[in-house]
Design a protein around this ligand. Structure first.
Ligand SMILES: [Mg+2]
Length: 199
């Protein structure tokens, strides 16, 4: 039985330039290095699972259909650079829901549907809720300094430290390089020795 490891990647501010409530495919912009980072992770065996809160739907700012068109545009831009994603989950809720981050519903569903082993997986995102999501799910977290990440890192450092991300990277590419070629594999328990746990 193979061990399926996943990179749970936030969308807005991590993959896409943060535009607030993104409501048109023409406004979709990949952040620099994202496609390359996703390629690196996927080639090294990580399933790429995008998990995103889209409360703009419940707020009535855009519909499910508009969200799908925007997500397809994101996939198209990634495909053009040879970067594939394996799955995407979104929560349309503003109100409390088991699937709204930092609750773990989306991760639980991905684990069920894709057979993911959380011990060697990680969550990466630009907000405290992404780190909190990882804590609740029982897997490691990584903060990126794109999107809201820099502000959290500079002005709410204590909150970031409380949630103990295993790495803080400038962008998704730096994160992918650390995970694939750097010390990440020790932290994620994929190699013996180092600072990670032996499996
Ligand atoms: Mg985000």
């Amino acid at each position: 039985m193979g061990m399926v490891k996943a990179a749970f990647i936030d969308r807005d501010g991590t993959v896409l330039d943060n535009m607030g409530y993104l409501n048109h495919p023409a406004r979709v912009r990949l952040l620099p290095g994202v496609a390359c980072g996703i390629r690196l992770l996927r080639e090294a065996g990580w399933k790429i699972v995008v998990i995103t809160n889209q409360g703009g739907i419940e707020r009535g700012y855009y519909t499910h259909d508009v969200l799908h068109i925007i997500n397809l545009r994101m996939l198209e831009l990634l495909w053009a650079e040879g970067a594939l994603i394996d799955a995407l989950y979104y929560s349309p809720f503003v109100s409390e829901s088991p699937c709204k981050k930092p609750n773990t519903g989306m991760i639980e569903r991905a684990v069920r549907e894709l057979g993911i082993d959380l011990r060697s997986s990680f969550v990466v995102g630009d907000q405290l809720i992404d780190l909190e999501l990882a804590r609740r799910a029982g897997c490691p977290s990584i903060l990126v300094l794109t999107g809201f990440g820099l502000g959290f890192y500079e002005y709410m450092r204590d909150k970031v430290e409380e949630l103990s991300p295993i790495f803080i990277g400038e962008d998704l590419l730096e994160v992918a390089e650390w995970v694939v070629n750097g010390e990440g594999s020790y932290y994620l328990g994929l190699k013996k020795g180092g600072v990670g746990k032996e499996l």
